[in-house]
Design a protein around this ligand. Structure first.
Ligand code: NAD
Length: 508
């Protein structure tokens, strides 16, 4: 449940003014979609603009009983949905994607209003999110099985891929649209219904997606969205054996809880958890290219990104010029309300995230880090964090060990390749890593040695529907996107025909 937090003097009215122009008033209605009905709910939760703390909409607060109804409805919808031809399911997903693109501007305003990110980034998220529906629409037709050369005389060995059943998703607030379509696109393409419990901070984006899914022809019960208390709503999802798979994106702490909770019903779990990406800059690389890359890797989504560069290791020879150029680039960032077109850095979606950033800065400074660059005190409100560059960061500082999730950049000097790879890997997170070097040999070596699920070599932009997104170590389990993403919602079935020749004879 959200409460009003603070008054932001500069932004009063900005959301209201934009929302007045939103063509789709139903995107603001805040009703949950359960079993084909739009539920208003006895209780309502307030949705808050994180920039100014003002409530601008409210949504139905669902409870465990509503979730049980949703599970039953999903179960009822399963056989009809799985029996459609993959191409028929794909056509519905394509219609859903194209409706998202038709309403991109309204969805982007919604995302910025409740999440805070700059509206230009919100528009990119809508296109990125629609891309997953399009990708999986096509992938539905490619859920190939296998034929294995038989190890028994006369045998025929098949491996088939079949939809797992009812699925659920618990999604975060940093990508309130794309983290839903990345999961639902795969589940629905595979032939599975999905129930989504979005983050309480960003329910409107999820509910708007549900409106568009319904318009696209997604049948009753196949895609449902329920907003409410995370513990109350996740309990039936974990307990109920009809829910066969659960996909979660969020903190490692909650991921661990869900893993434990899913043990009793032995549910298939996909976890996309936190990161602590090392960003390695070697002295052979073009400085400008590296600074451009680190600006994206650190400050996209105002730093609230699991791919964010959390430890920026810079080789000693170029440490000073790199830090100077990085500081200049940071000073140019405009902080403000996400709906102001020139904004690069919006508010943190949650006050706790902003507080964590400030705590990491204080801790680093106490332990000897140098604040190289910080904008003058902007005093925009408690959810805003001034983009800050910390130099001379060392491994014992909190920022070098714990995920930041905000616009605070930590730079650490290093001497040699052997030293930096050991330091980069000395962390329990293993989602993404970045290597900036102009040596092909070094790039190949490091991309092999780095312990994470995704590596960007001389690039900070590598996500998208075709790639297997996911982490090693405590960054998660399973993959999203790509053909591997579809497999998260499917079961393998091995079938052995024992004596094929005999079967054929009887048919004659
Ligand atoms: P969170 O893990 O608490 O929230 C993510 C989702 O889990 C939300 O839908 C939330 O309602 C739900 N949730 C929370 N507690 C739950 C519980 N006990 N049982 C079931 N569901 C529960 O994340 P947060 O507190 O909002 O953010 C904290 C940190 O998590 C961030 O600072 C960041 O480090 C990390 N995070 C990572 C991602 C990512 O993309 N991997 C996204 C969001 C947050």
């Amino acid at each position: 449940m959200q409460t009003l937090r603070h008054q932001g003097p500069r932004f009063a009215g900005i959301t209201t003014e934009h929302l007045r122009n939103i063509g789709r008033r139903d995107f603001l209605a805040g009703a949950a979609l359960v079993d084909g009905s739009w539920i208003e709910g006895e209780h309502r939760d307030v949705v808050v603009d994180p920039a100014n703390g003002q409530g601008f909409a409210d949504v139905a607060h669902c409870d465990a009983a509503d979730m049980n109804l949703a599970i039953a409805a999903a179960e009822r919808s399963f056989s009809g949905w799985r029996e459609l031809l993959p191409g028929e399911r794909g056509a519905i997903l394509k219609r859903w994607a194209s409706l998202m693109l038709d309403h991109s501007e309204e969805l982007a305003i919604l995302v910025t209003s409740e999440q805070g990110k700059p509206v230009a980034e919100a528009r990119c998220e809508i296109a990125y999110g629609a891309g997953f529906l399009e990708w999986f629409a096509a992938e539905a037709e490619r859920a190939y099985g296998e034929t294995i050369p038989s190890h028994k005389a006369g045998g025929l060995l098949q491996v088939r891929m079949q939809p797992i059943g009812v699925t659920a998703a618990i999604t975060p607030w940093n990508f309130p649209v794309a983290m839903i379509t990345r999961k639902a696109g795969a589940a629905l393409a595979a032939g599975c219904p999905m129930i989504v419990k979005p983050a309480p901070e960003t329910p409107l984006s999820a509910l708007a997606l549900a409106r568009l899914a319904e318009e696209a022809g997604v049948p009753r019960g196949v895609f449902q969205v329920l907003v409410g208390n995370p513990i109350e709503l996740s309990a039936p999802l974990l307990r109920d054996t009809r829910v066969r798979a659960l996909s979660f994106t969020g903190s490692t702490q909650v991921g661990r809880l869900l893993l434990g909770g899913a043990a009793e019903s032995v549910k298939k779990l996909s976890l996309e958890l936190g990161g602590h990406a090392p960003f390695l800059v070697f002295d052979d690389v073009d400085l400008e290219k590296a600074v451009k890359g680190v600006m994206v890797a650190k400050f996209a989504t105002s730093g609230q990104d699991c791919l964010a560069a959390n430890r920026i290791y810079v080789q000693k020879k170029i440490y000073r010029p790199f830090v100077a150029a990085f500081a200049l680039a940071i000073a140019r960032l405009k902080v403000g309300h996400g709906l102001e077109p020139e904004t690069n850095i919006g508010p943190m979606t949650k006050l706790s995230v902003a507080d964590k950033c400030r705590m990491q800065i204080d801790d680093a400074v106490k332990r000897g880090a140098r604040v190289v660059s910080t904008n003058p005190d902007l005093n925009l409100g408690p959810n805003f964090v001034t983009p800050t560059l910390l130099g001379e960061v060392t491994e014992e500082m909190l920022i070098a060990r714990e995920e930041t999730f905000g616009p605070v950049a930590a730079v650490l000097p290093f001497e040699s390749e052997e030293e930096v790879i050991a330091r980069a890997n000395a962390n329990e997170m293993g989602l993404a890593g970045y290597v900036y070097t102009d040596s092909l040999r070094r790039a190949l070596r490091l991309s092999e040695q780095i312990e994470c699920g995704m590596v960007g070599v001389n690039t900070a932009s590598f996500t998208g529907p075709p790639i297997p997104f996911g982490g090693w170590k405590q960054s998660g389990l399973g993959r999203e996107g790509s053909r591997h993403g579809l497999a998260e919602y499917m079961e393998l079935k091995y079938v052995c025909f024992g004596d094929l020749a005999a079967l054929e004879k009887r048919n004659d």
